[in-house]
Design a protein around this ligand. Structure first.
Ligand SMILES: [Zn+2]
Length: 195
């Protein structure tokens, strides 16, 4: 019987071309800043090969720190705007560009970085490892996109949140946010371009 598994059991990954594709995926992910655990989950390459590849690409060993597991990070003001932008891009690619899995993650994250570089003084605060977790939280039914009743954009929320009167962090930025108006306009521009 043929296995449709996409991981180590996949015979296609054992061919030279299949392995070359795996190495390319790993290099793309490393260049985008992925943590080692993400590489292990998303490729069929051994931990030893991934470690070597990581050192070759980055010139240093991967971080051994804890992975960012928490869903709460995505709910604070700026992270929520960045995460929502990323999910908008990701969802668009999956629905309309016919790509999925790790390729959708890589393409969506590159587009997210492009958007961030286009805005003055904005840093891409969503790491690819967090973006990867975000997709997992969506697939696990822990998070969803909810429409803001003021701007109509879609934003990341917890699945059990009451969203009838949801107002996003762009329309209602916290008072402590410095440069609020500029940030609001920049974020609106980004969301406008994406939708
Ligand atoms: Zn809004």
């Amino acid at each position: 019987m043929k296995s449709s598994r996409n991981k180590a059991g996949d015979p296609a990954a054992k061919t030279v071309a299949g392995e070359a594709r795996q190495v390319q995926v790993a290099i793309d992910l490393i260049e985008l800043g992925a943590r080692l655990q993400l590489l292990q989950e998303e490729t069929t390459l051994s931990r030893e090969r991934l470690l070597r590849l990581y050192k070759e690409v980055k010139g240093e060993s991967p971080s051994k720190g804890m992975l960012p597991y928490s869903t709460d990070w995505f709910m604070s003001w700026q992270p929520n705007i960045h995460a929502s932008l990323f999910m908008d891009i990701y969802r668009f690619l999956v629905m309309h560009a016919g790509i999925e899995g790790v390729q959708a993650l890589i393409s969506a994250y590159r587009l997210y970085l492009d958007q961030m570089h286009g805005i003055e003084e904005s840093e891409p605060i969503l790491s690819i490892t967090r973006a990867w977790f975000l997709i997992r939280f969506f697939k696990a039914g822990m998070m969803q996109l909810s429409p803001c009743k003021e701007c109509g954009g879609y934003f990341v929320t917890h699945i059990n949140e009451l969203c009838d009167n949801y107002v996003c962090g762009i329309c209602h930025p916290p008072a402590r946010a410095g440069k609020t108006r500029a940030a609001r306009q920049a974020a609106l521009d980004v969301v406008g371009q994406t939708l």
